[in-house]
Design a protein around this ligand. Structure first.
Ligand code: ZN
Length: 226
């Protein structure tokens, strides 16, 4: 399988190319293209969060810590004095990075349910919902989610390609474990991912805004080319 550096390089390049195309088509502004680029790069490391000692897991919990601590601070701010707010943030940080991380590491197996197309779809939907509920434009929320999916898929394909030894024209034992629809061996994790996906699909915002933006931008671009 490919290492962390290769994954981050590949997803950064692929999402960089895709975001520049959307920028050229005037579907994204420069800041929006940067958000999508970052989302795609992040998507490229998500499949390996099930590896207990991976950079991906540390980065994910680092980002999650920032989000949770910020969320706790904003939610409680105005209700308590500053020392209590600091204490709440520290407690949230400790709970996340000890108990929750421990449970996550125990429940996940490397190259298990997280390393699948099903998990990729869940990440897309979570990305769309999270950014939408942060009051991002609907079309941008969808694009950020889809860029996460692009990076995620790039990772799975790259791992699968690394399972083929092109020089010796042979296939390594890991072939077929990277790019799978879902993890058939681990039924409880797969069932859990399906339930989470269903919940997230239910809350997805309408994609009409994205379709309209794409249609308008592509027809405008065609007109300027005439
Ligand atoms: Zn991987």
């Amino acid at each position: 399988m490919a290492n962390f550096k290769t994954h981050i390089q590949a997803s950064t390049i692929i999402s960089g190319i895709a975001s520049s195309v959307f920028l050229e088509l005037h579907i994204l502004t420069i800041p929006e293209a940067i958000y999508c680029w970052l989302a795609g790069s992040l998507g490229g490391i998500l499949p390996d969060i099930d590896s207990d000692n991976s950079h991906s897991l540390s980065i994910m919990f680092g980002l999650l810590s920032i989000a949770v601590c910020l969320g706790v601070f904003v939610f409680l701010s105005g209700k308590y004095t500053l020392p209590y707010l600091w204490a709440a943030v520290v407690i949230a940080y400790i709970i996340l990075n000890t108990f929750i991380r421990y449970i996550f590491e125990k429940l996940t197996v490397h190259r298990g349910g997280c390393h699948s197309v099903l998990m990729g779809l869940l990440c897309v939907c979570v990305g769309v919902n999270a950014t939408h509920y942060l009051n991002t434009d609907k079309h941008l929320s969808w694009l950020i989610g889809l860029f996460i999916g692009l990076g995620f898929l790039t990772h799975l394909v790259l791992d699968e390609l690394y399972a083929v030894d092109f020089s010796g024209a042979r296939i390594k034992r890991s072939f077929g474990t990277a790019l799978k629809l879902f993890d058939i061996k681990n039924k409880s994790t797969t069932a859990c991912l399906f339930v989470l996906l269903g919940i997230n699909i239910y809350f997805l915002p309408s994609h009409n805004s994205l379709i309209n933006t794409l249609n308008t931008s592509i027809s405008d671009y065609k007109n300027t080319m005439k």
